[in-house]
Design a protein around this ligand. Sequence first.
Ligand SMILES: Cc1cc2nc3c(=O)[nH]c(=O)nc-3n(C[C@H](O)[C@H](O)[C@H](O)COP(=O)(O)OP(=O)(O)OC[C@H]3O[C@@H](n4cnc5c(N)ncnc54)[C@H](O)[C@@H]3O)c2cc1C
Length: 452
Amino acid sequence: MAKRFVIIGGGPAGHSAATYAARLGAEVTMIEKDIVGGAAHLWDCIPSKAMIATGGALTMINHASAMGLTDVSASLDFAALRERISAIRTRLESSTTSLLESQGVTLIEGIGSLVGPNRVAVATDSEHFEIDADVILLSTGSRPRLPEWANVDGDRVLSTRDAYPPAELPSHLIVVGSGVTGVEFVHMFSSFGCDVSLVVSRQQVLPLKDPEVAAALEDDFIRRGVRLLKGARAIAVDRDAQGVTVRCDDGRQVTGSHALFAIGSLPNYESLGLESAGVVHDGGYVVVNHNCQSSVPHIYAAGDLSGKLPLSSVATMQGRKIAEHAMGLHVGPHRHIDYEKAASAIFTVPEIADVGLAEADAFAEGRKIRVTKVPFSANAKALIDEDPRGFVKIVSDPATGVVLGGSIVGRNAAELISVVALAVTAGLRVQDLYESLFVHPSLAEAISDAAE
Ligand SMILES: Cc1cc2nc3c(=O)[nH]c(=O)nc-3n(C[C@H](O)[C@H](O)[C@H](O)COP(=O)(O)OP(=O)(O)OC[C@H]3O[C@@H](n4cnc5c(N)ncnc54)[C@H](O)[C@@H]3O)c2cc1C
């Protein structure tokens, strides 16, 4: 008899596990309460990058004179942007759903929860029923963390989920939170021509990133007129007919048309019935081992709920590995996910991407490393594209030359980092990078130059 594989939550983790498990012969049922594709398609990765792409096109057109073009200009049609985001969501949902159905996955629109180690309850609009499972995957994702005092109303005071896109274009947006999500919002709305202020609780935007990388972004924000309130923690939001005022703990305050909170996320675990199956969690994040198994070996957790790296790419990889493990394929230690080697990107301008060991972390750990860096101002393609901002930095082991990490700031950094990610994952040496024959002229040449 085929293994009954039940998945609660159809985001990137659930979707990839369903696809692979079905291919490997499981009888897969996926329960999803909103849309197949998850928060990633509905609110997070896809709408954010679609809006950033529109802002990028607008900026490029309005700076076309640098490319020798005249009389070229564009302005934002906000209603058209809203339609574009909605159309992308619909297309993605339909292609993801068709793919799963073509593989024989049973999709149930409803809310799933555990009622025992091998039994899942399902509540749909019209009925409640239970199904038996040999393997269960919990992949219910996360939601924005919002302080109660912020009084998020989805109108003037927004969570990240209200902003893709908001009902109207803010004239002055105050972003609270300067992590990856916060800075992407700053970039996006300032590229639409909105005034933007950013409340930064520490002294550096992107506090967890390499200081040199963060400085490159700060410079760009300042050049664009973004107001940075550094070392300020937001403690209250006042709303009146004119707009909103965010007050900070050091007495400073800033008034704008809208405020947006991007201060992290919380796991969706409360109604999952974890206790009924004996699944252990830590603050709502299901505790998992290197195979993503929970304290109950046939119940797995993946994606944001597993408390590992909150990235769609990581969720997808976990889903795939879980399918392989649950279906009995050999998943030895060499095939465990090494979260330290996950590439990530921030879709600002300049784009920022990194992978593996960061220079600042190696320095803090007292680890010996070799760091080589090349600016894009020395790269022919960057000059041709009229965008010589940023640099490529490669971190390697001075004794063996093995590439340990890298950071890229500049145009197409999110694409270019894949080359360095491959080198880190495959244990390649800097020599392998600089002896590869890259296309000329290309931005990637900066990687081989930095490795030299
Ligand atoms: C603004 C923003 C931008 C982002 N951009 C990127 C990016 O560019 N690249 C990237 O890699 N990552 C990005 N992320 C992170 C990424 O979105 C998440 O890491 C990813 O969505 C996690 O996938 P998941 O499968 O765990 O959960 P989700 O995508 O959150 O999906 C979980 C699904 O479970 C469903 N669900 C919840 N409870 C139940 C239940 N009881 N029964 C049935 N269904 C249920 C939900 O409806 C949802 O569809 C971004 C995050 C944010 C907030």
